[in-house]
Design a protein around this ligand. Structure first.
Ligand SMILES: NC(=O)c1ccc[n+]([C@@H]2O[C@H](COP(=O)([O-])OP(=O)(O)OC[C@H]3O[C@@H](n4cnc5c(N)ncnc54)[C@H](O)[C@@H]3O)[C@@H](O)[C@H]2O)c1
Length: 339
């Protein structure tokens, strides 16, 4: 593992956050939220590029983060990142998504399952340091809408994942439960649906964000699925991770956030109101998603009361604004629109 910034930050703040997968989409937004409020998070990622972070943070903010390059599948890398930096709270997002797990299930299991075990195992061995883990699970632990007879899927409904990715996330939830039962390690697994916003450039449900970006640059784009989805604005998702870590509630908790339950064609209508050009450029085709999308989130609301629920139109407008700013400064990455 390489530490790209040797300065130590062990002195000072009582909470010391490690964000794994911090150069990815949700991770970068968590880092932005933490840095905006004055924190100095440690970040862990295998990626050598920081394009999503650079799109969200100002150049003046970049020195506030300490970059730790490492591989989540390597126990020693994870242990070193946590122990050397006195980490108290781990926000674990390193992982690969549905299509990549389908293409290479062995690699998917190493990163998504063994990587998550590494985080919990370091926490078990260093209970003197690590107080809480929040990890990215997914709504993909549930099966397709039909498996639940339509309507809202209730808390505690059976997990019937239809993808390797969903099974890996289910496995992580089971391991988190056992780490609490056997070792008293408290955690929260967050199960997002279709998270959207600047930086969402890969994965099965990245189509809506790509459609916004394509419209901003005046390029045609086709979303490869139809039907229902739950669109969750990434800032809300990022804040939920931070809030869960800070609440530090005892147990192996699981939260299924509910954002804007909608249909792909309704999303296109809202986008068309904001950017009329999209009506000519964007279409959607294909099957519906293999994951239910209308969830009861009463456990989350019970533990946290009101949570941020950015309306779809507000989230799309903000996404358009940021993409437009990046376009004007010549820093908008559009490679994802080729895939
Ligand atoms: N985006 C969504 O809508 C969504 C929905 C549900 C769950 N999730 C989960 O949330 C997490 C983050 O999602 P995202 O959209 O930000 O994904 P992303 O692909 O943008 O980011 C994942 C990050 O993990 C890093 N990573 C991959 N392999 C690694 C390894 N071996 N070691 C260290 N780092 C590694 C990548 O470099 C990347 O920066 C994932 O676990 C994902 O499964 C995402």
């Amino acid at each position: 593992m390489t530490d790209t910034n040797p300065s130590s930050r062990i002195a000072g703040s009582t909470r010391r956050f490690l964000v794994t997968g911090a150069k990815g989409f949700i991770g970068a937004w968590i880092v932005k939220e933490l840095v905006d409020r004055g924190d100095q998070p440690f970040i862990f990622d295998i990626d050598t590029e920081s394009s999503r972070l650079a799109a969200l943070l100002t150049p003046e903010q970049m020195p506030a983060i300490q970059l730790l390059q490492g591989d989540i599948t390597q126990f020693r890398d994870v242990e070193k990142a946590i122990v050397d930096n006195g980490i108290t709270h781990v926000l674990h997002l390193a992982g690969i998504q549905v299509p990549f797990c389908a293409a290479d299930p062995l690699r998917g299991a190493m990163i998504n399952v063994v990587g998550t075990l590494n985080v919990f195992e370091v926490a078990r061995r260093r209970r003197d340091l690590v107080q809480h883990i929040v990890y990215a699970s997914s709504a993909a632990v549930f099966g397709p809408e039909e498996a639940y007879g339509g309507g809202t899927v209730q808390e505690g409904a059976p997990l019937l994942p239809g993808t390797h990715y969903g099974v890996f996330k289910q496995c992580n939830e089971g391991n988190a439960r056992v780490y609490f039962q056997n070792d008293g390690i408290s955690s929260a697994g967050i199960r997002p649906g279709t998270v959207y916003g600047v930086g969402r450039d890969r994965g099965m449900t990245s189509g809506p964000t790509k459609a916004i970006k394509a419209t901003v640059i005046g390029q045609p784009y086709t979303i490869r699925f139809t039907g229902g989805m739950d669109m969750q604005y990434v800032r809300d998702t990022a804040r939920l991770f931070i809030r869960s870590a800070e609440a530090g509630l005892t147990g192996a908790r699981l939260y299924t956030p509910r954002g804007n339950v909608t249909q792909v064609h309704e999303f296109l209508t809202v986008l068309g109101r904001i950017l009329p050009l999209s009506q000519a450029l964007i279409k959607a085709e294909g099957h519906s998603l293999p994951v239910a999308y209308d969830f009861d989130d009463s456990i989350l609301r019970q533990d946290f009361g009101d949570i941020n629920d950015t309306p779809l139109e507000v989230g799309i407008r903000e996404t358009v604004q940021i993409f437009t700013r990046l376009k004007l400064t010549g820093t908008l990455d559009i490679k994802d629109l080729e895939t």
